[in-house]
Ligand binder design. Structure first.
Ligand SMILES: Nc1ncnc2c1ncn2[C@@H]1O[C@H](COP(=O)(O)OP(=O)(O)OP(=O)(O)O)[C@@H](O)[C@H]1O
Ligand SMILES: [Mg+2]
Length: 308
């Protein structure tokens, strides 16, 4: 049984206009996507800016209103409760964000930042709370004095660890990580990614790992979905998609990954040219007359592609 199952999810944002502020049309930020995440596993979610990645994460977190579809957690349909204070689910699913400057309140001490979810969900004595925070800081590799400082006193990588400590406070089973390393230097990115993998093993955590960068996701996930225009263009086991991409959109994302191996430079250049040519001449094959992404078809074992 999947830990999280999302079926035909839609999130349409109304666009209002005119003096009466009537709804004039909708932004179909997410338009009918389905996926599942198993316990302890990582699903990568990749797409360019505006493809609907964050909206997907927010819908699962209960932070964006669901227009249609259903969300199951542990086999139970929780779609109707998701935005409400359904506390066992709210504890089980946590989110970490790209921008640790704005997601950690600059006016609060680290102690109060990490304690916030604990105070919302678990009433504890100040002593117990402090002990738990020490524990959490230790898990993310930071000293206990950290708790008396403020976010500005830390580097981006350290702040990301603090965000992770806060996400872990309620012992979640799923973490939605929305571009968790995109704001960090390359060397720090690798540290944070490795660290995320360590805590995943330690706590049997599942991740929905959101990124615009296929290169980052490659080292993190088992399964992958590629999003474009609020829809899924390709889905499956990571290796299938990297080795045998089928949709032109996926190919373009792959062609954009820089290769540091000089021996492969020519090969990559050839792939890039081919993809650019195919994009020019065959784009229309991959989208219907309204420029919409087709429904997914099974093209192989654990491999689905949006084709007519
Ligand atoms: N609250 C909102 N109201 C109206 N439209 C929205 C809202 N939030 C997002 N959108 C629109 O929905 C679409 C998808 O946005 P979303 O933030 O999910 O994209 P994304 O894939 O996370 O992009 P990025 O990589 O830039 O973070 C965009 O066209 C965006 O403008
Ligand atoms: Mg986003």
């Amino acid at each position: 049984m999947a830990l999280l199952e999302v079926n035909d999810l839609k999130v349409h944002y109304p666009i209002r206009g005119g003096i009466l502020g009537r709804v004039q049309s909708y932004v179909k930020a997410v338009d009918g996507i389905s996926f599942r995440i198993d316990e302890g596993e990582t699903l990568g979610l990749v797409g360019e800016s505006g493809s609907g990645k964050s909206t997907t994460g927010k819908a699962v977190m209960g932070l964006a209103e669901i227009t249609a579809g259903e969300i199951l957690f542990d086999g139970k349909d929780i779609t109707r409760y998701i935005g409400k204070n359904h506390s066992s689910y709210r504890k089980s699913v946590q989110m970490i964000f790209q921008d640790s400057y704005s997601s950690l309140n600059p006016k609060k001490r680290i102690l109060d930042i990490i304690a916030e979810p604990l105070r919302n969900f678990e009433k504890q004595t100040a002593g117990k709370e402090k002990k738990r925070i020490e524990e959490l800081l230790e898990i993310v590799g930071m000293s206990s004095e950290t708790m008396f400082k403020y976010p500005y006193e830390f580097s981006g990588g350290q702040r990301q660890r603090i965000g992770i400590a806060r996400a872990l406070a309620l012992r979640p089973r799923l973490i939605i990580a929305d571009e968790p390393v995109s704001a960090l230097d390359l060397s720090v990115q690798a540290q944070v990614l490795n660290f995320m993998k360590d805590i995943q093993k330690q706590f049997n955590l599942a991740f929905l790992f959101i990124s615009h960068d296929l290169g980052v996701v490659k080292h993190m996930c088992k399964n992958l979905i590629i999003m474009n225009k609020g829809r899924i263009v390709e889905k499956g086991v990571k290796e299938r998609i990297f080795e045998n991409p089928q949709h032109i959109y996926t190919k373009r994302l792959l062609a954009a990954i820089p290769d540091i191996n000089p021996d492969r430079r020519e090969e990559l250049q050839y792939f890039r040219e081919q993809v650019a040519e195919e994009y020019e001449s065959k784009y229309h094959i991959y989208y219907d007359k309204d420029q919409r992404v087709y429904d997914l078809k099974k093209t192989g074992d654990d491999h689905f592609v949006a084709l007519p």
